[in-house]
Design a protein around this ligand. Sequence first.
Ligand code: COA
Ligand code: AMP
Length: 636
Amino acid sequence: MRAYHAEHQRSIDQPDDFWKEQAKRIPWFKPPETILSYDDQNHARWYDDGELNTCYVALDHHVACGRGEQPAIHWDSPVSEQRRTLTYRELRDDVARFAGALAGLGVEKGDRVVIYMPMVPEALIAMYACARLGAVHSVVFGGFAAHELAVRIDDAEPRVVIAASCGIEIDRVLPYKPILDQALSQCRHRPTACVILQRDQAKAELGPIDHDWQSLVSFADAVDCVPVRGTDPLYILYTSGTTGKPKGVVRDNGGHAVALHYSMQHVYGMTPGEVFFSASDVGWVVGHSYIIYAPLIYGCTTLIYEGKPVKTPDAGSFWRLISEYRVKAFFTAPTAFRAIKKEDPDGVMLEKYDISCLRALFLAGERLDPPTFHWLEDLLNVPVIDHWWQTETGWPIAANLQGLDPMPIKAGSATVPVPGFDVRVLDRSGEPAGPCEQGNVVIREPMPPGCLAGIWRDPRRFHSAYMAAFPGYYLTGDAGYFDQDGYLFVMGRTDDVINVAGHRLSTGEMEEIVGSHAAVAECAVIGIQDALKGQVPLGLVIAKDGFDGDTDRLERELVSLVREQIGAIACFKQVLVVSRLPKTRSGKILRKLLRTIADGETFAMPSTIDDPGSLQDVHDTMIDRNIGDAHKARLR
Ligand code: COA
Ligand code: AMP
């Protein structure tokens, strides 16, 4: 661990020197002289006076340096039975022309553009076209319903919205245009134009502000990269917080490019020219960082996969992709492998493919549970690396650094803090926790380059959500501990955020929706364990006086309400109507205790409980309805 310790220590002791050196990895129009500075909230900013363009760094620069004929992207879409490869030169030209089309619609530096697209190459083209113009993109995951899209449009106030006519979920064609139209009808903000990529599976009807992608591009001229400052925003990515209003995480240009470049070498052990495959979605941070930006910034080839780990057509899809495209590093969420394991427990599908090209498997998005880790370790002959990060950081906070100093793997650990991140574990009073003592995982300021530059137009929320709990430290919202060897174990959230099939969702938001139903007096939504998805939400509801007693109907209505408002992705499928909810004497619902019971753990009657009988009632109802492992829960 010597090389690691030296590098990590230097990054913490001399952040200026360390990140000045790393900044030389990327081509700047004007190299930064100021490396680390602080904004008016005393939050770290990186490379403020440097000038660059992220699209130039990722595309034009590589073409200029001789990578023009190297594949930049392979698109593989079993659901549409299509494949396409674009070289760096072809991609640069497509991006430059689409940027010209956007400029023709009035998009300028600093303008926002919302992108609502499935896993097609045009999603990447749209993102880079925004970057080329210095515009700020905000990609909304295709699985979100109209209301979620509307909330994001109103917050980002885009000049233009870019969408595809449809997405494809296994064999279901999901038209996107009606969702966009419905979202716009709910919005206060009016974009001046929408650009629609027409897909053969479902053509959209175009309205007065809609433009067809192809015809727009056919009349457009290519445009050049617009220089932006290191601290200018590249994108806003909304993520779930503890309330219904998602947080618009803002990422800058300079720190982002430097951090991602550093991570490709040190965390993932990649060499330019190799193929990197991340099976996520452009709508999530993993998609932004490790499908769209990092592989190209680093000169690798990225794989865009429009399909699922299973059923498109079978549990061998990932192995096929790794083998066909000679993938060197593969990254996905543990839930994807739990889905594969369920269909192919003995790994029979793997025998059909030669995946000897694969050097390492990386997992994140949720904790890599030891059973899935051991299954993968037995199946594959490569290191199986858990690593921990979040939308806010944009790149790994803790990892087993394959390109710097690979370490022995311990099941359940995300291994060690990545250089740049000064990770600590604090107890409730802010004192350092001892080895193996669980507490709040925090990051000491300054956060390294690439981390969030703020919450879009909401500095107060940024402060209260992340900086207020432990002054001088960024609150990750995760609980965990360091063991005696300095390995970090991240165990779960300390707030109302849950992780469903690797997707981050807010139970607080679901409570707001459930609570808005006319028959609901009070409710709690908790995340309970699920063998496939890691966690799934469970709603507990008290009906209002005068409710007609048709609990089945109420439960169905609540399930559809959440599906309509958030989308199918919420996986909100279980609701229990109960007569009372366990609360403290001060009226706080004992959500943690409810989770403990649903997960089948032993529980103690809290001394603060107002009505002990309510707990027994809920427990009995959970057992009646076969919820989770509630039948195993015992009062201690
Ligand atoms: N557009 C529209 N709908 C979508 C969607 C999208 N992009 N993605 C998911 N959905 C829908 C699904 O069709 C499903 O709808 P249904 O309830 O009508 O069946 C619902 O949202 C729930 O989807 P999901 O939780 O993904 O369940 P699934 O059974 O379809 O797939 C997994 C399960 C584990 C295979 C899948 O979630 C997966 O691959 N997860 C990995 C996540 C990931 O990569 N996270 C990023 C961090 S690395
Ligand atoms: P997201 O912002 O969607 O990437 O979700 C981030 C959250 O997912 C983190 O705060 C953690 O709660 C969880 N998470 C992601 N990766 C890991 C991991 N490797 N181990 C444990 N939790 C993880």
